[in-house]
Design a protein around this ligand. Structure first.
Ligand code: BGC
Length: 359
């Protein structure tokens, strides 16, 4: 990492591949002055590589990823992707807004997950690079037509991925619509701060007093349940594996942790630390900051050794996700912060991944 010091931030654009319809997929490599490197492809806005130092300065890749565009198109469980229009689940793919009921595409049993059959993770985004004196960035743009996956309104979406010399990936999301609709965008990187193995020894802190318990199909019941005296208490950092096998109904329903944690009762503009993950063998630390009211913690329960990438097979719990978001199924839960967006308003959110080490 030392030899990289004092270099200026940069963005390099490359050809990555071609989709079946002939459209070009571009790859951007962002570098900051400290040698941190990110690869992002226009398809799905997917972060395919994230190279950060460990406590001894050794660089390593901390995200799960696949090896080819074809693999991303056919079998990506949302590795690294931008998620929209609605991150997480909507019960029966149905919601009512301003007196009108909409039926969305169902792609998770009868429920709608992460934007449907062709969510934003499967669209080829516009991607434009820019560099400032302290950062390397790309602006991602996507127009989703009225009726896309069943959603009302034409949605114009913009996401900025800005890698700063403060070792942060600062992500700004915005969207506007021409009809009343719902929006809940997020980023779906799967992390493994050791670079391989399972994530059970990673130590996790989530700054949440409550979580939203689920019923069948991982749809929230509407309750905000205190984490105190449950396996969901991450207010003091503990290894992800510590309580994951506890005899607990919620862990059984999720097949592990796959739950929304409540960061705030109502949405506001304040950027706050949602979670901190420390990997003891490498000393790598990831902090996730957001303005969102919730964060989904998913412990990689559905990884089962069938996917390969980067010379590895992705075994059970070989990666975890922390997805800042509005709560799952908010459009059907009057007690949850609203995910509605109307013409004339601008949806806006922010997520920061902050990279550091323990020493
Ligand atoms: C969800 C999981 C889902 C996974 C798909 C996560 O955001 O919480 O339930 O299986 O995405 O990869």
């Amino acid at each position: 990492m030392n030899q990289q010091k004092n270099k200026l931030p940069s963005v390099e654009m490359h050809h990555y591949g071609k989709l079946a319809d002939g459209s070009e997929v571009t790859l951007a490599t962002l570098r900051n002055a400290n040698g941190i490197e990110l690869d992002i492809i226009s398809y799905g806005g997917i972060i395919t590589r994230m190279i950060v130092p460990d406590a001894r300065g050794r660089m390593g890749d901390i995200v799960l990823g696949l090896d080819t565009l074809e693999a991303y198109v056919t079998s990506n469980p949302y590795f690294g992707a931008l998620i929209g229009r609605y991150g997480n689940r909507i019960a029966n793919g149905r919601f009512t807004l301003d007196g009108k009921t909409y039926q969305l595409a169902s792609n998770d049993g009868e429920n709608h997950l992460h934007g449907g059959v062709q969510g934003f993770d499967k669209k080829n985004w516009g991607m434009a690079p820019y560099v400032t004196d302290h950062s390397a960035a790309v602006v991602m743009t996507l127009t989703s037509p009225d009726g896309d996956q069943g959603y009302p309104g034409k949605l114009d979406t913009r996401v900025t991925y800005e890698l700063t010399n403060d070792n942060e990936l600062d992500m700004h999301f915005s969207a506007t619509t021409d009809k009343a609709t719902i929006v809940n965008l997020t980023q779906h990187s799967y992390f493994n701060l050791a670079g391989s193995g399972d994530i059970l020894g990673h130590e996790l802190m989530i700054d949440a007093e409550h979580f939203t318990p689920v019923g069948k199909g991982l749809i929230p019941t509407g309750e905000l349940r205190p984490v105190a005296d449950t396996p969901f208490d991450f207010r003091q950092a503990k290894p992800i594996g510590k309580d994951i096998l506890a005899d607990d109904e919620q862990l059984k329903l999720g097949l592990g942790f796959d739950h929304n944690f409540v960061l705030k009762d109502a949405a506001d503009e304040e950027l706050a630390l949602a979670a901190r993950v420390t990997e003891p063998t490498t000393g790598r630390v990831l902090e996730v900051l957001t303005v969102e009211p919730g964060v989904q913690f998913y412990s990689g329960n559905f990884l089962d050794g069938t996917l390969t990438g980067k010379g590895m097979t992705y075994q059970h719990r070989s990666g975890f996700c922390l997805e800042p978001q509005h709560f799952p199924d908010s459009p059907n839960q009057a007690g949850f912060p609203s995910a509605a967006l109307r013409p004339g308003e601008t949806y806006s959110t922010r997520i920061v991944y902050r990279f550091s080490t323990t020493r």
